[in-house]
Structures are given as C-alpha cells and as structure tokens.
Design a protein around this ligand. Structure first.
Ligand code: NAP
Length: 303
C-alpha cells in the first residue's frame, strides 16, 4: 500500500521512514513538507498538489505538530484518502471529532495513533490488570525537554501542550491498561513565565490515581507507571517497555515489533477491515487538566 508522509521532521525521520521501509506491506511513495524530504522519494511542498497528481497514493500519514494537522487531515479525507495521525491527534478534541465524522461518512480509515501503547510490555500489563481491581496508581514521567525537543518552540506555543506532549504518552498507556476508567479531579500546572504551556504538571484522578510530569529532569530520565492491586504491585518502566510484578522482572510481551512498525501494521489491518480507530481518552485527560488546573509561574525557559 502506498503512503505519503507529511511533515518531515524529527519523528518522521526517526521512526516513520524506517518503519515503512522495514514493512513488506508499505511503500513510501511521496513526502509532503515545506522544507524536509527523504532521499530518493518524490517530494511535494503542497498537499493539494499531491492529492491531485497522485491518485495512486491511498494513505496519508501526518507527522507535523498538532496545530497545523487538522487542515491537512481534512483535505486528505475530502480527497478520499485514509489518514493516520501522530499523537496527540489534534490541537483540540472538536477537530478530531469532525475528522472522525468525515472519515465515517466517506467509508475511510482514520487512525489516531498512540505509539506508547505499542511499547513491549504494555499488552502484558493490560492482561495482568484485567484480572484484578486497582487500589491506586501513580505515573512519574520526568524527562529533559532540551534533550528530546531541542529548539522545538511549538511545544511551548498554544496547542503545543507543553509537558503534556510527553505526558500524553503516559496517559495513553494508563487509559489502555486500567480495567476501569478514571477521571481527572484536580491539577497543578507550572508555566515558565515567558511561555504559553506548562513545563510541569501534577494530576489527581478518581480512584487514587496520580501523575507527576516534569520536563526539567536532568540525568536519568523516568517514564514509570506503578499500580497497586489486591493481587500485587505492578510497575511498568522505561515508557512501557519493562514490566515488574512485586519488584521482579516479568516476562512481558512475546512481540519484538517496535512501536512504529506496530502502528503501521495496525493501520494496514484497519484499512483491510474497513475500520477506524479513534480513541480520545488520553487527550480528554489533558483537556480536563488544562480546564481544571491551578496555574503557577516559574522561571523563564529557553532552549
Ligand atoms: P518537528 O520535527 O518540530 O516537526 C515536524 C515537521 O512538521 C517539521 O519539520 C515541519 O516540516 C512540519 N511543520 C512544522 N510546523 C508546521 C506548520 N505550521 N505547518 C505545516 N508543517 C509544519 O516535530 P516532531 O518532533 O517530529 O513532532 C511531530 C509530532 O510527532 C508531534 O505531534 C509530536 O508529539 C509527535 N511525536 C514526536 C516525537 C519526538 O520524539 N520528537 C515522538 C513521538 C511523537 P517542514 O518545515 O518541512 O514543513
């Protein structure tokens, strides 16, 4: 199946291009980007031109930041193409509901990807938790924004989500593995005085679930989720790639498929079965945190 990648920047080059190249199901047929390109691949700077000139390309995978993504997704769906969205799937929830309806009306596939759900131990954690109840859970998601997003000012602009850009990965895992839904009840958000989005957030949910997101962590990075249950203590570490039960490493998944190859395999299956996969649960928690959050200011941030 031929796919065009739009928004050729960090994640497109780090993950999408290798995942497509490694798959026998997919062919990277073109790129759409104002400046970026991929060697030996037809490069367009304008999506409308690609949609007109390349009827052979049936799938558009969108890798630009969330704010500009809606216009690209809507144009692709209007032109009868299946669409795959990087996380978070849009700048607002309403945008994504509109895209979902557009895809439904046209019989097209829309896939709101959550790459962290494809991490190696997430399926095993979900299975283990499905047999029990949760008494409490905590997320610690602390990383260095300068290391992972060097110079990407869009993360601190409206719609860039700030620390929720990585934090939503944790929420995508949480909403996938918990056996019952929770809802956010309060949040403390810390904004650099010169920026529009938070650099740190403390979240409290129903069901004794809490989260600590911080983008100022130097040295070792922490991407952990711990869950207490009557049958024991589960810890999912390394962004969902390592599972511990009661402090002991646990088998985890048999899959050796990386996160992005797994996303493209899922997209292929969704198209083949004429389905969409649009799950906004992680983004609803972010929107709720930005709705209920108490704001405090901290020192200015620059890259
Ligand atoms: P990025 O490198 O800053 O942006 C990707 C590309 O999008 C840019 O190179 C740019 O290409 C295009 N772009 C930027 N602003 C645009 C605009 N206003 N209109 C149209 N195109 C625009 O960002 P990224 O790190 O790849 O992240 C993109 C998405 O992937 C985000 O939603 C992010 O959360 C997600 N993601 C990122 C990572 C990561 O490690 N960075 C990991 C997982 C998921 P042109 O200038 O050539 O148009």
């Amino acid at each position: 199946m031929k796919v065009a990648l739009a928004g050729i920047g960090k994640i497109a080059l780090d993950q999408h291009v290798p995942a497509i190249a490694a798959s026998p199901d997919w062919e990277l047929a073109a790129t759409v980007s104002r400046h970026g390109s991929v060697p030996d691949i037809a490069a367009y700077t304008d999506l409308d031109r690609l949609l007109t000139e390349r009827p052979d390309i049936s799938v558009i995978s969108l890798c630009m930041p969330p704010v500009p993504r809606f216009a690209y997704a809507a144009a692709a769906l209007k032109a009868g193409r299946h669409v795959m969205l990087e996380k978070p799937p849009g700048a607002t929830l309403a945008e994504v509901y509109i895209l979902k309806t557009m895809a439904q009306e046209r019989g097209l596939t829309l896939f709101t990807t959550w790459h962290s759900r494809m991490a190696l131990a997430v399926a095993a954690a979900r299975d283990w938790l499905s047999q029990t109840t949760v008494t409490s859970a905590h997320i610690t998601w602390r990383e260095d924004v300068r290391k992972w997003h060097p110079g990407q000012d869009w993360v601190f602009e409206p719609g860039g989500m700030g620390v929720f850009d990585p934090g939503i990965n944790a929420l995508s895992i949480l909403t996938h593995i918990l056996p019952a839904a929770v809802h956010l009840t309060s949040a403390n958000l810390t904004f650099p005085e010169n920026r529009q989005t938070p650099i740190a957030a403390e979240l409290t949910f129903s069901g004794n679930v809490t989260a600590d997101f911080d983008w100022r962590q130097q040295g070792p990075q922490t991407w952990d989720i711990t869950v207490d249950t009557p049958k024991g203590h589960l810890a999912l570490r390394m962004g969902g790639n390592a599972l511990e039960i009661d402090g002991q490493p646990s088998g985890g998944s048999d899959s050796i498929m990386g996160e992005y190859p797994a996303l493209y395999a899922r997209m292929f299956d969704l198209i083949a079965s004429r389905q969409s996969d649009v799950d906004l649960a992680p983004m609803i928690h972010v929107a709720d945190a930005l709705t209920l959050g108490r704001r405090s200011l901290t020192e200015s941030f620059s890259f």
